[in-house]
Write a protein that binds this ligand. Structure first.
Ligand code: ADQ
Length: 482
């Protein structure tokens, strides 16, 4: 059985057990997959070097081998800040108004993908399975093929896939998508993004999609499927029940002195709909004076991609809105929005979620959104909070028992907040029970099991012929991370 070669833009080096709480569920899941199958996690170190050398920094931590390369400043500017985060990220989140089409970005993207391919090539052995992650590395598989790699290779896209009518605004879009068809497995977060991808290959490339959603391309069969990602349910519920979470829960509860708590936890990103959320909260305060002084919105938003100007703009916009709303509604002993720009250890985050009466998850567009799932997993089942979830998050398909909202409508979100605050205990419990079952059943272990099984292919008991997606793989073994 082959090893796994996981390739992503950045690599998360596994931490010792005591520090495990600092790692995200995705990193934990990929490290578990690497421990089980053996192999290497390869990517950019996050470090800058004056001139690219291709030097591989190999490390072994907690049973997992990582290999990283440094990139030079022009690579980081054109590939990472440029094509990945100024071109593909906004376009894939339906924001062509923010999408920058710069030839240098495209060239830098191809150059860095080529550098990734050259650097990882000597690490790949004959029977290895290659699992590439995300929009940074779409053409990597085709570059590896050009260098003679015949191994099974798969790509999982963590973001949405945009509708064809938006994607065609990208120069050289045909070339980008054709390069993706060199993978054996293409994984998307949900049926909607998968459908958009299949629409593109049919309409723009004239390819036929088989009834099982596979695509025959240049003599090979490419499997395209939805693999909805989940959280590490066990790890998260354990963290939520621990002492660190309880302390964080109590600290937050005491600080609000009996007021209801609404919580938002998002990377500071325009796709997360934070400005619209603040406006909806402001509308709620104005329309419901009886609730206004009895609720607090805690918005945790660690800055990300600070070298990109649209991210600087959203930060300024949110600071202005917070100041404005707090100025209008605050009292000497009360501030309606607590806006915090920092990260927290996962256990503390779990405690904050548990303390909150409402989880406010209102992205304008999101591949999946794990915060919605974490919020549900952290609740007290006897007295759970209410999840308000954007209908445009990939998670909405699996979380129909949340209060689903259109995040663009401040009236709609404001009404949902009121409804959530007034929801009777029976209804809260019923909704939460169904949501919890779905979060538990579609956890990150099942996600990686389903993807790796598909990557093995039909000869090795894989499910590549199964068009119905992970919803049908309830028999997936609950394989434990080592
Ligand atoms: P993100 O856009 O980063 O991920 P999300 O799925 O919500 O979005 O994951 C964010 C993670 O960061 C969560 O685990 C959350 O707990 C953590 N986090 C956020 N703020 C934090 C803070 N202040 N302190 C500590 N932790 C914090 C991308 C896609 C998503 C997709 C994921 C996984 O954009 O749509 O769900 O990948 O595929």
């Amino acid at each position: 059985m082959g090893r796994l070669i996981v390739i992503s833009n950045r690599v998360s080096v596994p931490k010792a057990a005591g520090a495990a709480g600092a790692q995200g569920g995705l990193a934990v899941a990929l490290n578990a997959a690497l421990r089980e199958h053996g192999g290497i996690w390869f990517g950019w170190s996050g470090q800058e070097t004056e001139e690219f050398t291709g030097h591989l920094d190999m490390q072994r931590n907690e049973g997992v081998t990582t290999a990283t390369i440094d990139l030079e400043p022009q690579d980081i500017e054109e590939y990472y800040n440029g094509y990945a985060n100024r071109t593909l990220w906004p376009l894939f989140h339906y924001r062509i108004d923010l999408t920058e089409y710069d030839r240098n970005f495209g060239e830098g993207y191809e150059r860095v993908n080529e550098r990734f391919a050259d650097s990882v090539l000597p690490l790949i052995e004959r029977d290895d399975l290659v699992w590439v992650h995300d929009y940074h590395l779409l053409p990597l598989g085709s570059m590896l093929r050009q260098k003679g790699v015949k191994n099974r290779m798969g790509l999982f896209l963590h973001t949405p896939w945009p509708p064809t009518r938006l994607l065609v605004s990208l120069p050289l879009h045909e070339r980008l998508v054709a390069s993706m068809l060199e993978y054996d497995v293409l994984g998307f977060q949900n049926a909607e993004w998968l459908e958009s991808f299949l629409h593109y290959v049919q309409k723009e490339m004239g390819l036929k999609v088989n009834p099982d959603n596979s695509i025959d391309y240049e003599g090979r069969r490419v499997v395209a499927r939805a693999f909805p990602i989940g959280i590490d349910y066990e790890e998260f519920t354990e963290a939520a029940a621990g002492a660190e979470a309880r302390a964080a829960h109590d600290r937050l509860k005491q600080s609000v002195r009996g007021r209801k708590i609404l919580i938002g936890v998002d990377r500071l990103d325009y796709s997360k709909g934070l400005g619209e959320r603040f406006e909806a909260y402001s509308r709620f305060l104005a329309d419901n004076p009886e609730h206004a002084a009895r609720a607090v919105l805690l918005q945790i938003a660690p800055p990300s991609r600070e070298d990109v100007s649209s991210y600087q703009m959203i930060r300024e916009d949110l600071e202005r809105k917070t100041g404005h709303i707090n100025g209008a509604h605050a009292d000497v002993a009360f501030v309606p929005i607590r806006y915090v720009n920092r990260g927290y250890p996962r256990a503390q985050l779990a405690g904050f979620y548990r303390a909150a009466d409402i989880g406010l998850v209102t992205p304008l567009r999101d591949g999946m959104n794990l915060v919605a799932k974490e919020y549900v997993a952290a609740q007290d089942p006897d007295d759970p909070g209410v999840l308000i979830l954007s209908q445009f998050a990939g998670a909405a398909g699996q979380m129909q028992d949340a209060l689903l909202v259109n995040p663009h409508s401040i009236e709609h979100v404001s009404e949902a907040i009121k409804r959530a605050l007034e929801m009777p205990l029976d209804e809260r419990r019923e909704r939460h029970g169904k949501l919890l079952a779905s979060v538990r059943d579609h956890d990150v272990r099942r996600w990686r099991h389903d993807f790796v099984t598909a990557l093995f292919g039909p000869d090795k008991g894989g499910q590549s012929g199964d068009a119905t997606g992970p919803g049908n793989s309830a028999n997936a073994p609950a394989d434990e991370p080592a």
